[in-house]
Write a protein that binds this ligand. Structure first.
Ligand code: URA
Length: 200
């Protein structure tokens, strides 16, 4: 069993938050274990809770289209969320839930070692770009030590707000050249894997 599959088994046992009692399935994340790029959303919604897979509802279908627009399939990337259980009624994640769950995301990042981390929405943005506003930093990248961090609006926001659609599509189109830069980073720059996650 791969270290990532072992991690999924560990995550599946987690009962740390109240919301664990109400989940149908836990949603650890999925994708290529050696993905160069990792997308991090907010939390599972109804569809994700039913299937145990991230981004499989309407926002996920839109994410698939956005990926296709830069010639990527979801199997080539890694997709995770800040929290792994569905908050009831699709409410926002609570600070305690984010704190309890961050260890799982940290371990996913340590195992996958992506060259580029793309935050989708303000909850995952807050972990990597503390104190920043998404309306100011979306579409901008920050190179830190060994990876490129890039903030985007959440695909669900663009589904609900037509004016964000062009913005999110433009931001998505910047990813291939950023990824190429990340790939050209030297081995020395890429070692050791450092986590640049902040408390929220
Ligand atoms: N929204 C998210 O942030 N994550 C999902 O997995 C689905 C919708």
């Amino acid at each position: 069993m791969s270290p990532l599959s072992e991690l999924y088994e560990e995550i599946a046992l987690c009962q740390q938050c109240e919301i664990a009692k109400y989940r149908t399935k836990i949603v650890p994340g999925e994708g290529a274990e050696d993905a160069d790029i990792m997308f991090i959303g907010e939390a599972p919604g109804w569809h994700e809770d039913q299937q145990g897979r991230p981004f499989v509802g309407p926002a996920g279908q839109y994410l698939d289209q956005l990926l296709a627009s830069i010639n990527l399939k979801r199997e080539q990337v890694y997709i995770a969320n800040v929290i792994k259980c569905r908050p009831q009624g699709n409410r926002d994640p609570l600070p305690t839930e984010i704190r309890n769950c961050r260890k799982w995301l940290e371990r996913q990042i340590e195992l996958i070692r992506p060259k580029m981390i793309v935050t989708l929405g303000r909850y995952s943005m807050a972990m990597f770009f503390p104190g920043k506003s998404i309306s100011k930093i979306h579409g901008t990248a920050q190179k830190q030590d060994n990876a490129i961090y890039y903030a985007m609006y959440h695909p669900a926001a663009a589904l609900h707000q037509q004016s964000l659609r062009q913005t999110i599509e433009t931001d998505m189109h910047k990813i291939p050249s950023l990824l190429a830069q990340a790939e050209s980073m030297t081995e020395a720059e890429q070692q050791p894997q450092q986590l640049n996650m902040f408390e929220v």
